[in-house]
Design a protein around this ligand. Structure first.
Ligand code: OGA
Ligand code: MN
Length: 284
């Protein structure tokens, strides 16, 4: 019997007695989707993950997203991204460009919110984890939306937000021209609604640059205020990775960020796929 235990009062759950290497029947996929719609984040501890199982799970839920970093730089299609400081060619220290680049992930974000079709889910498996640090922090934009006043909900209901990868990443490192050119700014709706349970949330994060029709300073005031209230004390779940954790999170309504770690001292190696959303958020 599958057992589900909540991780935080606002969102998140651990699912035990569920072996991801067993065949993904329709029923088992439905258990995962139901849990995602309800909890937004689910952790399956002690999994014997392989790339074959990982991509199979991804495809059973939807379209796998092509890793944009590799694609933007080289045109190659790869469905796996590496989170951490280890590559197939060996360990990377804090100075390595990939490790530096990932410091951008220490800002609150929703994966691929800057893409025409943003991510639905990220599916991450931990193969090596630091002995200290290296947590990933999560916060719920659904729970935060519910804390807004009725007036605030009305104020944001019909807003549209420009999300721009080059804007967010330029804060930590220059983006290569070919990569930048592959990711022009796009527009998302501010308020999204879960298609199954109809719960609403706003949709922001580090890639959210400004609000369509607003000047930059007013945009920043609203976006920064919403972010601060989403990620305030008591609203954050910090996931301490253990080897064998497979964690799936709902990028439609969660923000996350890396908590940082000493990349010269520890190895951190996690593999990630993403399930693309159903279309541009403006069509939702
Ligand atoms: C991610 C991510 C940050 C981290 O996995 O998508 O942004 O360092 N991770 O855990
Ligand atoms: Mn991320």
């Amino acid at each position: 019997m599958v057992s589900i235990q909540p991780l935080h009062e606002e969102f998140g759950a651990t699912i035990t007695d569920f072996d991801l290497t067993e065949p993904f029947t329709e029923e088992r996929i439905q258990i995962i989707l139901d849990a995602i719609n309800q909890f937004s984040l689910i952790c399956f501890p002690n999994q014997k993950m392989t790339d074959d199982v990982h991509i199979e799970l991804t495809r059973r839920i939807g379209n796998p997203e092509v890793d944009h970093v590799r694609f933007g730089k080289t045109g190659e299609i790869d469905y796996f991204g590496v989170v951490g400081n280890v590559t197939p060619s060996g360990k990377l220290g804090s100075d390595a460009s990939n490790t530096k680049f990932q410091r951008g992930n220490e800002m609150w974000h929703s994966d691929s919110s800057f893409r025409e079709i943003p991510s639905f889910l990220s599916i991450t498996h931990a193969y090596e984890v630091p002995g200290e640090g290296g947590q990933t922090l999560f916060a719920s934009m659904r729970a935060a939306y519910q804390r807004l006043s009725e007036g605030e909900k009305q104020q944001i209901e019909n807003l549209q937000v420009v999300h721009d990868y080059v804007y967010s990443r330029s804060k930590v490192a220059p983006v290569e021209p070919a990569h930048a050119a592959s990711l022009p700014p796009i527009v998302n709706r501010m308020v999204r609604r879960n298609p199954v349970n109809h719960l609403k949330n706003f949709y922001i994060g580090s890639h959210a640059r400004d609000i369509v029709g607003w000047d930059y300073n007013d945009s920043r005031k609203l976006l920064d205020n919403l972010l601060q209230r989403t990620t305030g004390q008591g609203h954050v779940y910090s996931h301490q990775w253990a080897i064998g954790d497979t964690v799936i999170w709902d990028n439609r309504c969660l923000l996350h960020r890396g908590g940082g770690y000493d990349a010269d001292r520890w190895r951190r190696y996690m593999r990630q796929t993403r399930v693309a959303g159903l279309g541009p958020t403006l069509n939702e």
